[in-house]
Write a protein that binds this ligand. Structure first.
Ligand code: GLY
Length: 411
């Protein structure tokens, strides 16, 4: 109960953009945002028409749409994108397209084999709960899902286990920071403090073990499951163990901005600011602010099997970072806050430019080109990705709310 009241208070005093707007600090126009949201609606409707009813769109590779079943980690992003666009436009067709996909996704509430239930269930059913009156059904789905996710938590390592069946003992990846919002929100929704404690413990353990001195992060930390000690630092999707895999930096940044919003614990804000500093000041960040897939890709030697792809950009990282920086700008003052806003604006301008944005009807309806799934696994290389589109739409909507002087983060 206490947490429900706290949730309501946070909602009422939640961050608003009115100050930034009053000060005339927003450089992108309403037309820019509306045009890009309009184009996104066209593409997402087309994508819905191209995707089999029992599948979720994943990417577009070798001239063909690729889809996934609902157990794949990206299955929540398409319904989430449709719901965001329904929110932005009021177009009911988008809501009904989203509901069709939610129906096939619901069964994942019982999935205890993945740490990605936040992506899968909160980006989808979390938005559905927020935007519709169907609260009893959606709350039950989310509550069951939060139990499934919590089943992967160890009080010894004080983290949620990322992957089963690897050669590691107890691997935790930086990506998992993104699944914590599901847990903090479910405490607010259900009143069960267990989820909140798991989220905080995971975030604190990750600060202790996942970051280097320069605040770049490792992708994978392996823990001894009997002592809880970190016993190894690795990568699975980056260029090499000591490299800064771009999307990992994005997940960490977004994750700590979000954890600050959820808890108001300043440690998380400080962590987010340090990650942003590493990322934004990195000499290898290109002028258009769309990063290479790995900040250390130039250390790869010509005989390395990733070398031929080393100069690829990762648009998904830019989408995630743009959305995170818009939120970080709300929690930071003066030049610093304005700096985050300027960078997010530049990222959105780049993403919406012909270099990265597909034309209407292109790519079966995906919005953004040139993302990288995993170069080490040889999968989804230089393609559109459903999560690149989701966070791009989220960033546009956050900016739309800023322009309107509305509360930017709605829960
Ligand atoms: N969570 C997987 C990825 O970022 O590719």
């Amino acid at each position: 109960m206490k947490f429900k009241v706290m949730g309501l208070l946070l909602l009422l005093i939640g961050p608003s953009a009115s100050q930034a707007q009053k000060a005339g600090k927003l450089h992108l126009t309403k037309e820019f945002v509306n045009t890009n949201l309009h184009d996104a609606v066209g593409q997402m409707k087309y994508l819905a028409s191209q995707t089999d009813a029992d599948k979720m769109p994943r990417s577009f590779e070798k001239g063909k749409l690729s889809t996934s079943n609902t157990a794949w980690w990206t299955s929540g992003f398409f319904p989430g994108s449709l719901l965001y666009l329904y929110e932005a436009t009021g177009d009911k067709e988008l809501l009904s397209l989203a509901k069709e996909r939610l129906r096939i996704l619901e069964k994942e509430k019982f999935n205890k084999g993945t740490h990605d239930l936040g992506f899968m269930l909160f980006c989808s059913f979390g938005n559905a709960l927020r935007l519709t009156g169907d609260s009893t059904a959606y709350k039950e789905i989310l509550a069951t899902g939060a139990e499934s996710l919590s089943s992967r938590y160890s009080p010894v390592t004080k983290t949620i286990l990322s992957w089963d069946h690897t050669s590691w003992q107890y691997p935790v990846i930086i990506d998992n920071m993104m699944n914590l919002e599901f847990l903090t929100q479910l405490t607010k929704i259900t009143g069960n403090k267990k989820y909140w404690d798991i989220a905080k413990n995971h975030a604190n353990t990750t600060i202790a073990n996942h970051f280097r001195k320069d605040y770049s992060s490792y992708h994978v930390v392996d823990y001894d499951k009997t002592t809880g000690k970190a016993i190894g630092h690795y990568t699975a999707q980056g260029a090499f163990d000591e490299s800064a895999w771009a999307r990992g930096q994005a997940w960490g940044l977004y994750g700590y901005v979000m954890m600050y919003r959820e808890t108001k614990d300043k440690t998380y804000l400080e962590q987010a600011r340090k990650i942003a500093k590493f990322y934004l000041n990195h000499p290898k960040l290109p002028a258009d602010l769309i990063p290479y897939w790995d900040f250390d890709k130039d250390d790869l030697k010509p005989d390395n099997k990733y070398y031929k792809n080393k100069d690829l950009r990762d648009v998904s990282t830019a989408s995630i970072v743009a959305s995170a920086l818009l939120e970080l700008s709300l929690y930071t003052k003066g030049k610093e806050g304005e700096g985050y806003l300027r960078k997010a604006e530049k990222m959105l301008e780049s993403l919406a430019s012909p270099a990265y944005k597909a034309t209407q009807g292109e790519l079966d309806g995906f919005i953004l080109k040139h993302s990288v799934g995993s170069i080490p696994h040889g999968t989804e290389i230089d393609v559109p990705l459903t999560y690149a589109d989701y966070y791009y739409i989220e960033a546009l909507i956050r900016y739309q709310r800023m322009l309107a002087g509305e509360q930017v983060i709605k829960q």
